[in-house]
Design a protein around this ligand. Sequence first.
Ligand code: RB5
Length: 144
Amino acid sequence: MSRKTIAVGADHGGYEMKQELARQLRDMGYSVLDLGTDGADSVDYPDFAELVVKSVIDGEAEQGVLVCGSGIGMSIAANRHKGIRAALCSSEISAELARQHNDANILVLGERLTDISIAKQCVEKFFSTEFEGGRHTRRVKKLG
Ligand code: RB5
């Protein structure tokens, strides 16, 4: 069986956390598609949200992770696209619910607002939790 691919992307405000979470995902056995950014130089978060969104929509990656300073810009940018459900999470329980109830396909984190240990818990939970379906399917369908 081929390994699940997770696309990761960040701007300069989320670069360090993205590097750390990419390592975590590789250690968890996933294949990681790192779409940048590749350093601390200032860049624009919509460009990297776009790359991760496209990889998920095209099926190159099953799910994604986006990180910026607050997580807000990345979630706004990603959620403009049909079929993308990007969840800005700041606790293990929010990451769990994002999968169980919302079938979120992109986990968004804010490096400047969320401790790396919490972010790692979010990653662990998000990628090990299944969508519950049932009544949530009807609701998720209404999102388009
Ligand atoms: C970049 O300084 C910062 O604005 C960005 O990382 C993010 O927080 C935007 O929402």
